[in-house]
Unconditional design. Structure first.
Length: 245
């Protein structure tokens, strides 16, 4: 007989993470309003637009695109896609993140100029947020504007060199995140991988005519975010921590 043992912790379907994102409304040096360009190295990310309007700029080895966003739009992109949110007015998004929200919990490298990507310590010093309240917002905007400098260079180089223009940035990003990989693997094993294994066990059980997992079904609920207004890369985040479900 096939046995099915549910995991110890609640998780959203597929082991995803969610946050409500209110995109920054502060103008950048290039005249656009919005967030910080960055890339994820292991995780995909999706946007379900719930209010307002804007766009997401993306750059990967396939080229540059700008996708309009409005209430009801759903877009998603793979790791290796540099992305920047542009806020045309009151843009709010429900972000859907693979691997239990890892994109907002470490799997991100900002497109800083090359001198800030030379080593992990230099990068972390350049991207650390300081202060509280308005001072922290100013720190987040200074970090964004620094990333926009590197982003502009990447776009210019891509126009001249094609996909190879991203190679140095990707290599530097990999070096920066390597010390975090053990923690990322643990998050994946306890989240998306565990849920996939549970589905496999359920299918095995159903094939032999049993369904022990149906006896352990529960409703899980997070009535409100577990953190409000965190300064993220693209805006202010209301964060849902599924470990508290």
């Amino acid at each position: 007989m096939c046995e099915f043992e549910p995991g110890p912790a609640a998780a959203l379907p597929g082991g995803i993470g969610i946050s409500k994102l209110t995109v920054y409304d502060v103008e950048a040096p290039d005249g656009l309003v919005g967030g910080t360009p960055h890339v994820h190295l292991a995780c995909s990310e999706g946007y379900c637009v719930i209010a307002g309007a804007g766009a997401v700029q993306t750059l990967n080895t396939k080229g540059y695109t700008e996708t309009p966003l409005q209430a009801g739009t759903v877009v998603w992109f793979d790791p290796g896609t540099i992305h920047r949110l542009v806020n045309d007015g009151r843009l709010q998004i429900l972000t859907l993140m693979s691997n239990s929200g890892l994109p907002e919990a470490g799997d991100a490298v900002l497109t800083l100029p090359p001198e800030y990507l030379a080593d992990r310590e230099t990068y972390l010093a350049a991207t650390a947020l300081t202060g509280e309240g308005a001072a922290r917002t100013r720190s987040a905007m200074a970090r964004r504007d620094l990333a926009l400098q590197g982003y502009a260079v990447l776009r210019q180089r891509y126009e001249a060199e094609g996909p190879a223009a991203l190679d140095e940035f990707f290599a530097a990003a990999v070096r920066i995140v390597q010390p975090q990989l053990a923690d990322w693997r643990k998050r994946w094993e306890q989240g998306a991988r565990r849920l996939a294994d549970e589905t496999g066990a359920a299918l095995d059980a159903l094939e032999v005519g049993t369904a022990p997992h149906l006896q352990t079904a529960e409703l899980h609920r997070l009535p409100t975010p577990t953190e409000f207004g965190r300064h993220g890369m693209c805006g202010r985040l209301d964060v849902y921590d599924t470990t508290r479900a």
